[in-house]
Design a protein around this ligand. Structure first.
Ligand code: FES
Length: 176
């Protein structure tokens, strides 16, 4: 099992991003987006937020409030792949709970935390819920990495997740 090391980005890695956004506070959003993408576990460690605040001359709480306001920012380590399951009313009535339990079963049987999020111990997959994708007519809707699937069945989603996990395993075998 590949373990992805969970360390903050180095000051040099953060500087490289900040230096491309020399403007005022409005750039913080873009900086945080890039830094999250750059982190192998797709999140913003506290140390990184504090470093950005220091470099931009802002209070840490100001930068932290940007990171917590937008739901696409993660403050906890994420998996390399993400599955987002809509828990809005339309999707709920069309079986989003079944989709969630199917994904969790494929991912090894873990239980989500109080926010409805679960990351496998090897950080290969994160599954979480979202309030609504705004595509209720296509319920149930899920997002897998950057792709949205409407009217998805439990079997199809399980197959997609199984293939993702298998692909990771093949990659792991070929690099070990
Ligand atoms: S309720 Fe699921 S997309 Fe709106």
């Amino acid at each position: 099992m590949i373990q992805v090391e969970n360390t903050p980005l180095t000051p040099e890695q953060v500087d490289e991003v900040i230096d491309r956004f020399p403007g005022e506070t409005g750039d913080v959003l873009s900086i945080l987006e890039e830094l999250q993408e750059k982190h192998p576990l797709k999140y913003l460690p506290r140390e990184t937020l504090e470093y950005v605040a220091d470099r931009k001359g802002l209070s840490p709480s100001r930068v932290y409030s940007v990171a917590t306001f937008y739901s696409f920012f993660n403050l906890e380590p994420q998996g390399r792949h993400s599955v987002m399951i809509c828990r809005g009313t339309a999707c709920h009535t069309r079986g989003s709970n079944l989709l969630m339990s199917g994904v969790l079963a494929e991912a090894g049987g873990g239980a989500p935390d109080e926010d409805g999020s679960y990351t496998t111990p090897d950080h290969q997959l994160t599954v979480r819920t979202v309030a609504c994708f705004g595509q209720c007519a296509l319920a149930p809707v899920v997002g897998v990495n950057h792709e949205i699937y409407g009217r998805i069945s439990d079997m199809k989603l399980r197959r997609i997740v199984r293939e993702l996990i298998q692909k990771e395993k093949q990659h792991e075998d070929s690099t070990s």
